[in-house]
Design a protein around this ligand. Structure first.
Ligand SMILES: [Zn+2]
Length: 149
């Protein structure tokens, strides 16, 4: 199993943990593996205060969006540029590499931002979800918290 599969498995597990089984035919939350009234085990997930739906993707989305903040890709790339390259002096003025690139070649800057995010995700430092990137350590902390609840 890859790290991503492990994280996805843990997210799914967390989604089950924070939700209840919900029997749609009886329209109620159910304890145990089968509905005591109709015997069904085809449960929807019920997340208190949020809703009822089949599957766990929407629960995972809710957990990530309400508990975590996506990384600021631009700020991260600016920091990287300013750490890697010296300041640029023109006469008496000094410019940071990030501001120079951002203003002179906004397209190259944008491309750099997304390439940087992608490579951090490939390294396992970031987790991509619905087009946003999250610190893997934040995902880890959130899962530890839910697993400990
Ligand atoms: Zn039922």
């Amino acid at each position: 199993m890859t790290d991503l599969q492990i994280i996805h498995g843990r997210l799914q597990h967390a989604a089950y943990k924070v939700t209840d089984n919900f029997c749609y035919s009886c329209y109620k939350v159910v304890e145990g593996d089968h509905c005591p009234d109709c015997g069904s085990d085809d449960f929807m997930r019920h997340l208190s205060g949020v809703g009822v739906e089949y599957g766990t993707e929407w629960v995972i989305e809710h957990l990530i969006q309400t508990r975590l903040t996506p990384v600021d890709g631009e700020a991260q790339f600016e920091k990287l540029l300013d750490e890697c390259y010296p300041e640029i002096k023109i006469g008496c003025c000094t410019y940071s590499p990030s501001q120079v690139l951002k203003n002179l070649d906004p397209l190259a800057f944008k491309l750099g931002v997304s390439e940087n995010l992608e490579s951090l995700a490939e390294d396992g430092q970031l987790y991509e979800y619905n087009g946003d990137y999250y610190e893997m350590s934040d995902i880890d902390d959130m899962l530890d918290e839910i697993e400990a609840e």
